[in-house]
Design a protein around this ligand. Structure first.
Ligand SMILES: Nc1ncnc2c1ncn2[C@@H]1O[C@H](COP(=O)(O)OP(=O)(O)OP(=O)(O)O)[C@@H](O)[C@H]1O
Ligand SMILES: CC(=O)C(=O)O
Ligand SMILES: [K+]
Ligand SMILES: [Mg+2]
Length: 571
C-alpha cells in the first residue's frame, strides 16, 4: 500500500568535517539518511505494498493495542473548537497579543480574551504594582490549567527612557492650550501641585534648552520650553491633550530628536533588572526589552537568564522603538528570539511618515532571520472609546496581516479601553479574512529566504522545511505536522508561511506556549519518540478521537529527530 523513497544525503560524506550542534540533533547525524516517504491513500491503484511500512489498519490497531492507555495530547481549547467547527483551512494564522490592564485583569475578563483568541498576555512593567502583575500571571496560569488554554505571558520592561511620573494616582491630567506647566525632577509632597509633573530622568533640566519642543507620547500633547529655574523646566502647552501616567517624553531641537546624555541611559535600568528577576522567578514565557539600542544588551540578558533559570525557556523579544534600534536592526534581531515593531515610541523618535516603511523593513528582516515579529500600537486606537474601529484602522490591521507579521498586539484597547473583547474580535476577523484572500488569490510572494543556520545539518533542516512547505502548497494538503523538541523546525516551517496550518507537536508545555507567538503554528503537547511511524499512528488516533482530523485528510509530516518528510493520507 505504501511507497518509500530513500535518499541518502551527501552529508554522510562530509561527516568528518562537520561540526554538528548537538542541541539540535541529539542523534548521531550520519547514522540517519534523509528519508522521504510518500504513502498514498489505500484506494490508489498505483500504490505498491511495502512490508516496512504500516498500513492504515495497523495504525489504529497498534494504538488500540496499548491496552486502552492512550497517551494524552494537549492543545488549547479555542484552537480545538475552531478546528472542529471550520476544519483545517480556516484556522487563524496571525497570532494575537493583548496588553492586560485595569479593564482586563479579572479572571472572567482574562477568560473572555482567551476565548476570543488571545495567544499571549502582555504585562507592561511601566504600569501597576508587583502584586498586581503577580495576580495577573497567576490568573492566566490558572486559566491555562483549568480551562485548557495555552496563553503565554510576555513581560515588557519599562526601559530607562525619559518619562513622566504616575500623576500621584490620577488616571490622567488635561493640559490646555497656552497653559504653563512645570516639569521637574524635584520631589514634592502629595497632593501633586497644580500643573506640575515629575520627570524620571535626573539630567532633564540640564539637557533641555529654552526653545526646545517637548513631546508627550510622541506628540499626543506638545509644549514649548520657555524657562529653566534650577531643576524646574517651565513649558507652555502648544497642542492640548490628556497627559497619561508615565507617558514617554522626548524633546526636539531644530526639528530633530535631542539625544544628549539621555542617549547614554542604560537600556536595562536597575528597576528593569528587578522586574527581570521577577519574570524569571515567575517563569514568564517572553521578556520584551524596551528601547533596545544594540545587540550586546540582548546577548547579555540572554546569558543572565540562562545562568538563572536552568531550563532557560524564556524568549527575549527586542522592541524596535528607537533610532539606534533601527541603525543596528539586523544585529539586534539576530541576537534576539523575536522582535516587536513598537510603533508608539518609534513614532516619537522618527518622523511619523517613516514608520510604515520601518515596519515593513522590520517584518521582512525578522522573517529572513527566522524570528517572530509582533506589530504593535494604535492598531485599533479609537476602540479605546468606540465599539467600532475606523476604516483606516481596519486598513492598518489588514496591512500588517498582509505583510505576514507573526502577531498583532492590542495596547490601550485591551488594557484600559471600553471594548477589549470587541477589539480582539476585530483583529481576529480581519486576520482570517485577509489570510483567506491571500490564499485564494494564490499570492505566494517570492520572498528570498536566506539560510539562517551555519552548520550543514541546520541547512538540511531549512531545505527540508522549505521543500515541505512548497509541497504542501502544490499538493494542497490539509496540514503540515512537525515533531519538534526544540521548536526550531516548527519555526522554519512557519517562516515559509504555507497555505495550510502547521500542527506543531512538542514535548513540553512551556515550548508549546512559546510557539503560540508564531505565524500559523498550532502547538500541541505530546510525548513522542524518535520513531516516526509510532508518532504518526498515535497522533492520528488521538486527533481523530477528538474530532480534529478525519480519514482522508492529507498531511505532510516532518520531524527534527529523524530528518524526514512524509506524505500521508489520514487512515
Ligand atoms: N497595568 C496597567 N495598569 C494601568 N494602566 C495600564 C496598565 N497597562 C497599560 N495601561 C494603560 O494602557 C495604556 C496603553 O498601554 P501600553 O502598554 O501600550 O502602554 P505605553 O506606556 O503606552 O507603552 P510602552 O511603555 O510599552 O511604550 C497605558 O498608557 C496605560 O494608560
Ligand atoms: C509597545 C510600545 O512599547 C510602543 O509602541 O512604544
Ligand atoms: K514598556
Ligand atoms: Mg514603547
Amino acid at each position: 500500500m505504501l511507497r518509500s523513497l530513500h535518499c541518502f544525503t551527501p552529508a554522510t560524506y562530509f561527516k568528518p568535517f562537520l561540526p554538528i550542534p548537538t542541541h539540535h540533533f541529539p542523534r548521531t547525524f550520519s547514522a540517519k539518511p534523509i528519508t522521504i516517504k510518500a504513502s498514498v491513500a489505500p484506494s490508489d491503484p498505483n500504490s505498491v505494498s511495502d512490508p516496512d511500512s504500516v498500513s492504515p489498519q495497523v495504525l489504529i490497531s497498534s494504538t488500540n493495542g496499548t491496552g486502552g492507555v492512550i497517551p494524552s495530547i494537549e492543545v488549547d481549547a479555542v484552537t480545538e473548537a475552531e478546528l472542529k467547527e471550520n476544519g483545517f483551512r480556516s484556522t487563524r494564522r496571525t497570532k494575537l497579543v493583548c496588553t492586560i490592564g485595569p479593564a482586563t485583569c479579572g479572571s472572567e475578563q482574562l477568560e473572555a480574551l482567551a476565548f476570543g483568541g488571545m495567544n499571549v498576555a502582555r504585562i507592561n512593567m511601566c504600569h501597576g504594582t508587583r502584586d498586581w502583575h503577580k495576580r495577573v500571571i497567576d490568573r492566566v496560569r490558572r486559566l491555562n490549567q483549568e480551562k485548557g488554554y495555552a496563553v503565554a505571558i510576555m513581560m515588557d520592561t519599562q526601559g530607562s527612557e525619559i518619562h513622566m511620573s504616575d500623576l500621584a494616582g490620577a488616571s490622567s491630567a488635561k493640559a490646555e492650550d497656552g497653559e504653563v506647566w512645570t516639569f521637574t525632577v524635584r520631589a514634592f509632597d502629595l497632593p501633586r501641585p497644580e500643573r506640575t509633573i515629575n520627570v524620571s530622568y535626573d539630567g532633564f533640566a540640564e539637557d533641555v534648552k529654552v526653545g526646545d519642543e517637548l513631546l508627550v507620547d510622541g506628540g499626543m500633547v506638545r509644549f514649548d520650553v520657555i524657562e529653566k529655574i534650577g531643576p524646574d523646566v517651565k513649558c507652555r502647552c502648544t497642542d492640548p491633550g490628556l497627559l497619561l501616567p508615565r507617558a514617554n517624553l522626548t524633546f526636539w531641537r531644530d526639528g530633530s530628536l535631542v539625544r544628549e546624555r539621555n542617549a547614554m541611559l542604560p537600556t536595562i535600568s536597575s528597576k528593569d533588572w528587578l522586574d527581570i528577576d521577577f519574570g524569571i522567578a515567575e517563569s514568564v514565557d517572553f521578556i520584551a526589552i524596551s528601547f533596545v539600542k544594540s545587540a550586546e544588551v540582548i546577548t547579555h540578558l540572554k546569558s543572565y537568564i540562562a545562568a538563572r533559570s536552568l531550563d532557560s525557556d524564556i524568549a527575549v523579544i527586542a522592541k524596535i522603538e528607537s533610532i539606534d534600534s533601527l541603525k543596528n536592526l539586523e544585529a539586534i534581531i539576530q541576537a534576539s528570539d523575536g522582535a516587536m515593531v513598537a510603533r508608539g515610541d518609534l513614532g516619537a523618535q522618527i518622523p511619523l511618515e517613516q514608520v510604515p516603511s520601518a515596519q515593513q523593513k522590520i517584518v521582512q528582516v525578522c522573517r529572513q532571520l527566522n524570528k517572530p515579529v509582533i506589530v504593535a500600537s494604535q492598531l485599533l486606537e479609537s476602540m479605546i472609546e468606540y465599539p467600532t474601529p475606523t476604516r483606516a484602522e481596519v486598513a492598518d490591521v489588514s496591512e500588517a496581516v498582509r505583510q505576514r507579521a507573526d502577531a498583532l498586539m492590542l495596547s490601550g484597547e485591551s488594557a484600559m479601553g471600553q471594548f477589549p473583547e470587541k477589539a480582539l474580535s476585530v483583529l481576529r476577523t480581519v486576520s482570517v479574512r485577509i489570510e483567506r484572500w491571500w490564499r485564494e488569490g494564490k499570492r505566494h510572494e517570492a520572498m528570498e529566504l536566506p539560510s539562517v543556520g551555519s552548520a550543514f545539518s541546520d541547512r538540511i533542516s531549512e531545505e527540508m522545511c522549505n521543500s515541505a512547505a512548497k509541497m504542501a502548497n502544490n499538493l494542497e494538503v490539509d496540514a503540515l505536522f512537525v515533531y519538534t523538541k526544540t521548536g526550531h523546525m516548527a519555526s522554519l516551517l512557519s517562516r515559509c508561511r504555507p497555505d495550510c496550518p502547521i500542527f506543531a507537536f512538542t514535548t513540553t508545555t512551556s515550548l508549546r506556549r512559546r510557539l503560540n507567538l508564531q505565524w500559523g503554528l498550532i502547538p500541541f503537547r505530546l510525548s513522542f519518540t524518535d520513531d516516526m511511524e509510532t508518532n504518526l499512528h498515535r497522533t492520528f488516533s488521538l486527533l481523530k478521537a477528538r474530532g480534529m482530523i478525519k480519514s482522508g485528510d492529507l498531511v505532510i509530516a516532518v520531524s527534527d529527530m529523524l530528518q524526514s518528510i512524509q506524505v500521508i493520507t489520514v487512515p
